[in-house]
Every structure is written in C-alpha cells, then in structure tokens.
Design a protein around this ligand. Structure first.
Ligand SMILES: [Zn+2]
Length: 458
C-alpha cells in the first residue's frame, strides 16, 4: 500500500459508511451467508501488452465487511487469481436472490471490519488490438445485466460509492495513445496514464476509453456554468467513418450545439453537476449511454443523455427498485409535449368541446398497465423497456393530477427541479420518489404507486 493510497483510504472511509444503509440484505448460498461489502478504495492497474495482445488488470480493493460471512464482489471475466488479505482464495459465480443477477462469492468466511482484496483479470470486452495499438472503451448498457464496470473490472453493485484510481500502461509500442474519461487524467511519458475519479462514483458512473491518439478528432472548449464555474467540455469522434463524417459530427455535436443543450438544461434544473463533460460523438443515428460527466451519444440522443447526468448519474438509483426512475424522467422530458399535443388534438376532434375528466384520464391510463410493475428486486441491475413508456405515462398522469388539483400551481416540471435540488448526489429508492411527489404536491399517490410501481409479489 503506497502512501497516497493510505491517505485516500483514511479520507474516504467516513464517506463510504453511508453505503451500509443502502446495501442489499445478506442471503444464503447453501449454508453460506453471502454479504454485500462496502468498497472504500479501488486502485486498478491495467497493462496493455501490444505484442501479446493482452490486457491484464490488477485490482486492489479495500473494503469494509459489515458482518461475519462470505464477501461478494463482481467482475464478469473469470479472475486469474484472487487474494483476500494476501491469501489465495477461491471464488464462484452465484445467483443473487430472485435470480436478479449474478455476483462472485469468495469462498472464505471473514469477520466484520476492513479487508483487502487483490484480483487479477484479463479485460476481454470491447477491446481491439492491432500491431501497434489498442482501443478499449468501457462502454456500458443499462438494459443488459452485468454491463456496467463489472464488464471490465472488479466492482460492486450500484449502491456503493468508492474512490477509484486507474493506472494505465501500454507496453510494446511507441504509437502514442490518448485516454478519454470523466476523471482527472495525468499523462506520463511512454504511454503511461494516471486517472483519478470523483468520490461519488459508482459502478455505473465511470467512463474510460483508451485509443491511439490519431484515431479520433478532438475538440475542447470551456463552458461557463450558471454558478460561475468553468466546465471543460471534450468532444471526440472517430475519424472520418460512417454516414456522418467526422467533420460534420464535430460541427453538429460541436461547441454551439452542446453549449446550447447545456444552457437549456441548466435553466431547467440548475448548474451542471459534474466537474467536466466528455462527449463521444457516435456514428449511429440514434441511441447513447450516460455516465457521470460523460456521454456517448448519437446526435439525436444528446439532450436525453445529458439530462441523465442530472437524473441517473447525479441523483443515482440505489438498487433495482429505482432503475426505472431516471429513464421515466428522461422519457417524460422527451415526450411530454407530444403527449399533451395528443390531448389537444382529441379536443379538436370533439369539435372544441371540453373533454371530460374521464376522457383526459383515459389518454394516460390506457398507456399504463396494472400488471407490469416498474420496480424490481433490489439486486437487479438492468433497466427494462417498460421504464420508458409506462414510466413516462405515469409521470405525465401524476403531473396531470397535481396540476388539476392545485389549479395549475403545481406542475411536473417544477417538481423535477425541486426533486433534483433535494436529491442531487444522493441515492434514491422508489419510495423516495413517492415521498417527494407527495411532499411537493400535498397529495397522496399510494394508489398509483401500488398499481403501477411496487411489485407486491417480491
Ligand atoms: Zn435514457
């Protein structure tokens, strides 16, 4: 353990105590009590060996064990070697309760307190070697199980925030490489990099992409946030491929476009939440993914992914009960004007006659299914499709109810600002959203949450 590491450990121990309250409950695997631990610090060392075409990661994790039992962690790629408190141990993939996902259970019972874990793995996902270079992007998919950081490096479930540092070396080549990330990157000679990430990061926050320097066009500018802070924005895209040429992408995704989106979001929800912003401008026409202070995005999805930097990666889902919330909010944001326009069109079709309450409610209710709940088991990591449609119609319906009952004084848009201000940089569960909606509106939404959100059978 080096000195910086010791210092970080001391500094961040207090911070991670919060994680204990958020942690899912222990469960039995045979006779063994499997326990979710609390990561305090992780130091990842990645060596990309160009000659061997091999990416070896040594991950050193200090964690807190909350009670006696067998500790859980996760990485998809089968570890080459696992050491717990300097001793070689076995670990196995196990099913989490309700088969919600899988994690790795270390076959050694340990006492409560601080422990160290060193795991060696080979990074196999989204990695491309050629004779002189490597391209490895830690790209996540929230609609697929085990597709956050665990796809690349050992980590924990999303409830856990911990301090992360990555040391990278690319050996066996002189081709210069660049790292794009949402941490602070220190570039050292001979393709060595050191990256330090903010302390509020979880397994779904971190962004990392290493590639040969010449593979991308890069544009940087400073965005002046409404709170006066300067945010460094980096936009990069693959050189000259695909339908949208690199030049076009850089112009369109470039400073005037991204700056406009940032201004708009700041006006609606407040200052940009993260220290920087990195945008990987993709070739595709649709789709993208959000990180904390980073997005990979097509042109059309940019605003949606940037919005997730407020809802999803600043306010963060604690577990499977909350995975749908940020998608519901982002989808409501994308679609609310269309939903409201549909109601207006209905009015025109009825020759300008006012619609009855029932007719208006039906527009929302026919899009809400009573046997398809938005919440999932706490161990579930992936978001499902219904988070979008069922989620946006639920928010639109609740917005309609609160507007009607307050004579236009309380609206969903204002609630979202209130909710963001109250919950930013914290972890939320489904019940927190209900509590905040009720606090803001003075209404009781138990009926709607019981019908559409909470899965009583779990
Ligand atoms: Zn989304």
């Amino acid at each position: 353990m080096n000195n910086i590491f010791k210092y970080l450990l001391f500094f961040y121990c207090n911070f991670s105590l919060n994680a204990l309250q958020a942690s899912p409950s222990p469960f039995l695997v045979g006779e063994k009590k499997a326990v979710c631990v609390d990561f305090e610090v992780a130091e990842y060392k990645i060596t990309y060996d160009i000659q061997k075409k091999l990416a070896l990661a040594t991950s050193k994790i200090i964690f807190h064990m909350p009670e006696e039992g067998y500790p859980l962690f996760d990485v998809v790629s089968k570890p080459v070697e696992t050491r717990l408190n300097d001793q070689l141990v076995f670990q196995n993939e196990v099913d989490l309760p309700h088969k919600a996902s899988k994690m790795r259970l270390i076959d050694k019972k340990i006492k409560p307190g601080q422990h160290s874990l060193v795991v060696q793995t080979i990074i196999k996902d989204n990695i491309f070697f050629d004779k002189t270079s490597v391209n490895n992007q830690f790209s996540y998919l929230d609609m697929q199980d085990r597709s956050f950081l665990e796809k690349y490096l050992p980590t924990n479930l999303e409830f856990d925030r911990y301090k992360i540092q990555i040391t990278v070396s690319v050996t066996g080549t002189t081709t210069p490489h660049s790292v794009f990330s949402n941490g602070i990157v220190k570039k050292k000679p001979n393709n060595h990099f050191y990256i330090s990430y903010p302390q509020y990061f979880t397994s779904s926050s971190l962004y990392f992409h290493i590639a040969p320097t010449l593979a991308h066009n890069v544009k940087q500018f400073s965005f002046k946030s409404m709170n006066g802070k300067k945010v460094l924005v980096t936009i990069y895209s693959k050189k000259g491929t695909g339908f949208l040429t690199s030049f076009f992408k850089m112009r369109v995704m470039g400073w005037f476009f991204a700056r406009g989106k940032l201004n708009k979001l700041e006006q609606k929800f407040g200052p940009w939440p993260h220290p920087t912003l990195t945008i990987f401008a993709k070739n595709s026409l649709r789709g993208g993914m959000e990180y904390a202070g980073a997005v990979e995005s097509s042109h059309s999805a940019l605003e949606h992914e940037l919005l997730h930097n407020y809802f999803g990666r600043s306010i963060m889902p604690m577990n499977g009960s909350a995975g749908w919330i940020d998608e519901a909010i982002a989808s409501w944001y994308d679609w609310i004007l269309v939903i409201e326009r549909n109601i207006k069109t209905l009015k025109i079709k009825s020759f300008g006659k006012s619609l009855t309450e029932q007719q208006i409610q039906d527009v929302y209710l026919k899009n809400l299914s009573e046997d398809s709940f938005l919440s999932h088991h706490e161990f579930r990591r992936s978001t499902d499709r219904k988070a979008y449609k069922q989620g946006r119609y639920l928010l639109a319906y609740l917005g309609y109810l609160m507007k009607k009952k307050s004579n236009g004084k309380k609206v969903m848009r204002d609630f979202l600002r209130y909710f963001y201000e109250k919950r930013k940089f914290s972890m939320i569960k489904d019940t927190d959203l209900q509590a905040d909606l009720e606090e803001y509106s003075g209404l009781n939404f138990s009926e709607e949450f019981n019908k559409y959100v909470y899965n009583q059978s779990q």
